[in-house]
Design a protein around this ligand. Structure first.
Ligand code: G6P
Length: 612
């Protein structure tokens, strides 16, 4: 959600801000804007992508060694030039950029209007900067003090950066609920809503905590204080992020690159955790609270989007192997429905970004009820990693494509390792079953590579299906969540209406939709219920539906009846999701591309959803 970048130092800020915005564009791309100080506060902003901003700003005064930039994912007010950030205060002395939502904006607005404030935009952000100005002017205090007083009265989530025409060698930043990272260079500072715009300038960073305000001053350096006015000692950390990993590396799109990276990212996730020669799985994150987790009454998995679907596979894996009851919940529902959670519960939160607002709030609720919290996330140093009792990184590297691919398989790989580790500890898996799964798991990266070799065939099938207005995805058992994920990928990036269903549920509704125009993608690699899935395919064919089946190599039965097949290598059934999802990622990618969609930045979506 909204990208923030800022610079203060001796260099020209504009090129740094624009490069930073391009790196952050995956967070939001409704509009973009910059503010630069050069004897005056110059703001340039435009609806659309960063490239639209660059065109607009050409030939304008782009000088200044202090500045800030923003890419927007609209919440309050439609995406247009006026609602784009930065926003000015009433007297034009202050400019602000903001990621988050000010929930009591209506009340603040009414109060400010009574004081004569007029607003140009429909945003909550503009109200916040007017509110800060009002306090600064009426109470005659420094900007940082006005920010502190204002934020104490604000309800909601924010990451903000403010510039002041009267004190141009200073940036004020603050956060609550939305992330902010400060990069520390040589006589210069950077601010980012994540580390991606900072990493090419410095590896030394400070992650701002909730309710902290940072003052970055050309002469005085960095000061951090809480909203309660207590000075904090900045905790400087080293970034573990390589710039090459943020580039497209020869691929046309980040999404394609990330799909093709999966043999390596799954390997990276398993490295140090899966030991084939010793036939052992050890997930380090489990160690500290091992007894509590293996003896939990119940595990509840909370997540959103694709991470929620990975959680569903986690439920199948953990119940199947470790025999611990598992529930999977949308974080947004969990947090507001007064769930029965206590000290004997373990909550596993899954998030690529580690910043999803609903997931973090669900964790907070679970912690307040005494549950043990375990985080599975990708972004090192993210909020989730800092608010959980324990957890594991999936080590997939930066995921830039908005539609999640390699993070999903990383999450599923990690959940598989956890399930196996817990099963072994609890004695719910036989030694031979354990060894066989370990051996099969170690072969998964090579088998993913093999599936990727079907890319040309998948492109050919995509050509046939690309104009469909609807698609139905069906799967049973471990492949049911994959049907959901396949449908989600297609709708996210190609805007085709798609639904995922348990194959046997088809006859309770979706079957009514099937005719000769309906593509039905059936993930049919199951060994345990093979004849059942064959019957489901027959039911679709009897109604003239067009069947694309994902099958295990050598499945002659389904090959005979399906219109198209894509084969995946044979593996143990609990591991099939790691293979069967790959053709569906590629299918969605090619269809979206053929329909002229922007696969890396699909409309209305954002990579990291930091508002509820
Ligand atoms: C957004 C993204 C999805 C992602 C979901 C959850 O909707 O577009 O790809 O699955 O958020 O994000 P998280 O970072 O918590 O996994």
């Amino acid at each position: 959600m909204c990208g923030i970048v800022a610079y203060i130092g001796e260099k020209e800020a504009y090129p740094i801000l624009i490069k930073g915005l391009q790196r952050l564009e995956y967070r939001g791309y409704d509009s973009a804007g910059v503010a630069l100080y050069d004897n005056d506060l110059n703001v340039y902003k435009r609806k659309g992508k960063v490239n639209d901003l660059i065109k607009f700003a050409t030939n304008k005064n782009l000088k200044g060694s202090v500045g800030m930039g923003h890419t927007r994912w609209a919440t309050h007010g439609e995406p247009d030039d006026i609602n784009a950030h930065p926003h000015f205060s009433g007297n034009g002395n202050l400019a602000i950029i903001h990621n988050g939502i000010i929930e009591n904006y209506a009340l603040l607005k009414a109060t400010l209007e009574k004081e004569g404030h007029k607003f140009a935009s429909e945003t909550d952000t503009e109200i916040l900067v007017h509110f800060i100005e009002e306090i600064k002017e009426k109470s005659n205090v420094e900007l940082e003090e006005a920010v502190r007083i204002a934020l104490a009265k604000v309800i909601g989530a924010y990451a903000i950066v403010i510039m002041d025409k009267d004190n141009p060698d200073r940036l004020i930043a603050a956060r609550k609920g939305s992330p902010l990272v400060i990069g520390i260079g040589d006589q210069e500072f950077f601010i980012g809503s994540d580390a991606t715009p900072i990493v090419e300038h410095t590896k030394n960073v400070v992650y701002l905590n909730d309710r902290e305000i940072a003052i970055l001053d050309k002469k005085e350096g960095l000061t951090i204080k809480t909203i309660e006015n207590e000075i904090q000692t900045p905790f400087i950390q080293k970034l573990d992020l390589e710039i090459e990993k943020l580039e497209k590396g020869g691929y046309d799109h980040y999404m394609l690159k990330e799909i093709f990276e999966q043999p390596r990212t799954i390997s990276d996730c398993m490295r140090g955790r899966l030991n084939v020669s010793k036939s052992m799985v050890k997930v380090g994150g489990l160690k500290e609270y091992q007894n509590r987790i293996m003896n939990a009454d119940r595990i509840t998995i909370v997540a959103c989007g694709t991470s929620w679907i990975a959680g569903l596979i986690g439920e199948y894996l953990i119940e199947d192997m470790a025999r611990i009851p598992v529930e999977v919940e949308y974080a947004s529902e969990f947090r507001y429905r007064n769930p029965v959670i206590g000290e004997k519960d373990v909550i596993i939160a899954i998030s690529q970004s580690g910043e999803t607002a609903d997931t973090l709030a669900a964790l907070e609720l679970a912690r307040s009820r005494g549950a043990l919290t375990y985080g599975i996330c990708n972004v090192v140093g993210s909020s989730m990693a800092r608010v959980t009792d324990c957890g594991s990184y999936i080590h997939a590297g930066p995921e830039i494509g908005v539609a999640s691919t390699k993070a999903f398989t990383g999450q599923v790989a990690l959940l598989t390792l956890m399930a196996l580790n817990l099963a072994h500890l609890r004695g719910t898996v036989s030694q031979s079953g354990y060894q066989q799964l370990i051996s099969e798991l170690s072969k998964i990266p090579d088998k993913v590579q093999k599936v990727l070799e079907s890319n040309a065939k998948i492109r050919y099938i995509a050509e046939i299906f690309k104009d469909t207005p609807n698609a139905l995805y069906l799967g049973r058992g471990y492949n049911f969540p994959i049907a959901l994920e396949g449908a989600l990928k297609l709708k996210e990036i190609s805007y085709i209406h798609a639904e995922g269903y348990p194959a046997a549920e088809m006859k309770h509704g979706p079957i009514a939709l099937i005719d000769e125009n309906m593509p039905v993608i059936i993930i049919a690699t199951n060994k345990s219920a093979h004849e059942k899935i064959v019957s489901n395919i027959q039911e679709v064919k009897a109604r003239k539906g067009k069947v694309l089946a994902i099958v295990t190599e050598g499945d002659n039965v389904i090959s005979e009846i399906a219109d198209f097949i894509i084969e995946i290598p044979d593996t143990a059934e609990p591991l099939t999701p790691l293979l069967s999802v790959i053709p569906l990622q590629l299918l969605a990618y090619h269809i979206a591309l053929m329909r002229g969609c922007n696969v890396d930045q699909p409309r209305n979506l954002a990579k990291s959803v930091t508002v509820e």
